[in-house]
Design a protein around this ligand. Structure first.
Ligand SMILES: [Zn+2]
Length: 133
């Protein structure tokens, strides 16, 4: 026999959780896997006491970001270590650019860990960790 409106209402009042048949009300119920079609989803649920089967219907109720953990990527730059790689006026250290040679920090080339492992340093240069991102 189909569920009455009253049985459906009571089932919803309990947020599922027990057999909707008024003569049963067993909590021994088990849902199958959830199927989806667009913004609606449903699962067939069965009462293990009386054997009645019905369908729980779900509606999309919100959206939230999931947290994605990105692998940390280290960025290296090359810093000069002697007076020759120092800005003559300001006195701050200079950094390496493959195209322009020794330049200020903002113009320096950035290198990945892989590049750091296989590239040769320019004369008087040393690796420096710029940042991890
Ligand atoms: Zn039942």
């Amino acid at each position: 026999m189909a569920l009455t409106e009253q049985e459906k209402k009571e089932y919803m009042d309990y947020f599922g959780g027990q057999c909707p048949k008024s003569e049963c009300k067993s909590k021994d119920i088990h849902g199958g896997h959830i199927e989806m079609d667009g913004s609606t989803a449903w699962a067939v649920v069965r009462c293990d006491t009386c054997g009645y089967k019905w369908k729980d219907v779900f509606t999309l109720s919100g959206v939230e970001d999931i947290e994605i953990r990105k692998p940390i990527r280290l960025i290296y730059i090359i810093r000069g270590t002697t007076k020759n790689e120092t800005d003559p006026l300001e006195g701050y250290p200079l950094y390496w650019s493959n195209e322009d040679g020794w330049v200020d920090y903002d113009s320096a080339d950035q290198f990945s860990q892989e590049e750091r492992d296989k590239l040769n340093l320019p004369m008087n240069g040393e690796w420096m960790l710029a940042r991890g991102e």
